[in-house]
Design a protein around this ligand. Structure first.
Ligand code: PAN
Ligand code: ZN
Length: 196
């Protein structure tokens, strides 16, 4: 009934978490559809081939009520067109479940969107603890030149709803303008469905 206490080691620079139960690897070929500039996606795939965008290392904690699953995410630097490398993004299946992110290395941005279509951005770097309040979809982008690594912890019964973001996307995209990250309106976005 009781689980044994345990600890994992986390390497702040690489994000490697040991022992980790699963390592998720997302490449451009897997998740290219999340980026605004689909021509850029095709161009990269046909000239450079596939590209690793991010990895997730998860501690062996049950995804069930009462537990606090935790993980690290490593987003590799780069852009697709003007848009920074980023995670797929999701709502929690139970919308009233929150999450905490702690920056470990590199620089990034937490992008949040609520169901009214309002978007917020929170700058992250080592030592910044960001709060994802209940009800906000969230994704992170690497805005720097080195891997952006952060630690996440969330309620075990939160669940992950990827489908809503896959269908609707985010109302704004994080793009580079004069070398700096700026939120830009997503011209394809319309609330409640439609294109990316
Ligand atoms: C994070 C994310 C992680 C990868 O641990 O799962 O950063 O992003 P996607 O799950 O959107 O691919 C989290 O928010 N967990 O709830
Ligand atoms: Zn989450």
């Amino acid at each position: 009934m009781f689980m044994e206490p345990f600890a994992c080691e986390v390497e702040p620079q690489t994000g490697i978490l040991r022992p980790s139960q699963q390592v998720i690897r997302r490449t451009l070929r897997n998740i290219g559809g999340i980026f605004l500039d689909q021509e850029a996606v095709q161009q990269i795939l046909s000239t450079e081939g596939d590209r690793l965008i991010y990895e997730v290392y998860a501690a062996d904690v049950p995804e069930s009520e009462g537990h606090l699953p935790y993980s690290t995410t490593v987003i590799y630097p780069g852009r697709v067109g003007d848009e920074y490398h980023m995670t797929k993004g999701h709502y929690h299946m139970k919308r009233n479940r929150a999450e905490v992110y702690l920056g470990l290395s590199g620089e990034g941005c937490l992008i949040l969107q609520n169901e009214a279509g309002e978007v917020r951005a929170v700058a992250m770097r080592a030592g910044v603890a960001a709060y994802v309040p209940p009800g906000w979809a969230h994704r992170t982008a690497n805005t720097g030149d080195v891997p952006f690594v952060f630690f996440a912890v969330y309620p075990g019964d939160a669940g992950h709803d990827y489908g809503t973001i896959e269908i609707e996307g985010f109302a704004k995209a994080l793009v580079a303008r004069n070398g700096r990250p700026v939120l830009m309106k997503n011209p394809h976005w319309r609330q409640g469905g439609g294109a990316r």
